[in-house]
Design a binder for this molecule. Structure first.
Ligand code: KG4
Ligand code: ZN
Length: 338
């Protein structure tokens, strides 16, 4: 069975073809960076328009990459939320139109479920149950994954998501959009020890996070400084250190409390080199198996959506919608496992 995956929740247009037997056949992501860069952040209306322009050509490009034709597609999976309403509607409409034309099922998928299950694209893959640290532009959550559709939220951010904190701090430092990867790149040149930023909620005794105070600490810090290149790098280094400390420490606490030995790190911030390095070191010390998707599957992509659809079909947890809809706000806990 061949599944066409469509991802349009934010500023990346993703298309993938996944075969239940052969695995991922092909995938492409078109990033809208050049569209949004002049504005320093994502402009929702422009995102929707870019998705409209790119999605159909991407479908044909991915079909050609995989040496397939439209008639080979058996099922279409699209991201139905959470995300930007207009952007989601573009993906939903194209999925539904194509599904109607081809006479095949169209299945709405949860974006975060895509990120969670993207860990299973790794070879060797983790086995259920495992804990997941989901770190993206919109979410920061620690979740126990018992199986497909069976997710237990351990804790989450009470304010900004970690990717959002990266992006806002990068903007404060005058770094180019998209801020997260740029801040991380600049942090390599930073010197440790010059600045020390707070580790919010490090000892709160739960699995919740808070990142807005950290951003405020950077606002206060930069007020009295001349922001030359070295100072920016030193602050970026201190910021990244603080974030990584909190994420690693809370995740390890969750591993101990749940008595699980597999941790997956998923979502856009999972692409962060420093975070991956620290998790690898701590994983060895604590005898934990830490899994990360390849960097291309950490940030938004459709491979994870088509894979999540395949996993749902396999475990018989599918919802078939005749009338399509999107859910810009959608809690993972609302997903039914049956
Ligand atoms: O998962 P994702 O592509 O989209 C959402 O679902 O939100 O995550 C995007 C977020 C952005 O905030 C971006 O700045 C951050 O992930 N990000 C990074 C890195 N690459 C992407 N943050 C830190 N270091 C990176 N290397
Ligand atoms: Zn995402």
């Amino acid at each position: 069975m061949i599944i066409l995956g469509i991802e349009t929740s934010c500023d990346e247009s993703g298309i993938a073809l996944y075969d239940e037997e052969r695995g991922l056949l092909a995938h492409r992501v078109y990033s809208q960076i050049t569209t949004h860069a002049p504005f320093g952040g994502v402009v929702p209306e422009l995102a929707s328009r870019d998705h409209i322009r790119k999605l159909v050509p991407l479908v044909y490009a991915v079909l050609s990459d995989a040496a397939c034709e439209l008639a080979d597609i058996d099922v279409i999976a699209y991201t139905a939320g959470p995300g930007l309403a207009g952007a989601l509607l573009v993906g939903a409409s194209i999925a539904s139109g194509l599904g109607y034309a081809l006479g095949i099922p169209v299945i709405p998928l949860h974006h975060l479920e895509g990120h969670l299950l993207s860990a299973l694209l790794v070879n060797p893959a983790p086995t259920f149950p495992f804990n997941a640290l989901l770190v993206s532009g919109g979410h920061t959550q620690l979740i126990t994954v018992f199986g497909v559709g069976n997710y237990h939220l351990l804790g989450e951010t009470v304010d900004d998501a970690v990717g959002e904190a990266f992006d806002k701090t990068a903007k404060l430092l005058g770094l180019a959009y998209p801020g997260g990867p740029e801040l991380s790149r600049v942090a390599q040149y930073g010197r440790g020890g010059r600045f020390r930023l707070p580790r919010p909620m490090l000892n709160s005794g739960d699995y919740n996070f808070s990142f807005s105070g950290l951003k405020t600490a950077v606002v206060t810090l930069v007020k009295d400084l001349v922001l030359d290149a070295q100072t920016i790098a030193d602050i970026a280094h201190a910021f990244q250190d603080a974030v990584v400390d909190v994420l690693v420490s809370k995740s390890i606490n969750a591993m101990v409390a749940t008595k699980l030995d597999q941790l997956v790190v998923v979502g856009g911030v999972g692409a962060n080199t420093q975070l991956r390095q620290r998790f690898s070191e701590v994983g060895i010390q604590q005898r934990l198996k830490v899994f990360y998707p390849d960097v291309e599957f950490c940030t938004d992509n459709a491979a994870m959506i088509s894979y999540a659809c395949a996993a749902r079909i396999k475990s018989d947890h599918i919802q078939r919608n005749l009338v399509f809809s999107v859910s810009p706000r959608w809690e993972l806990g609302e997903l039914a496992s049956h």
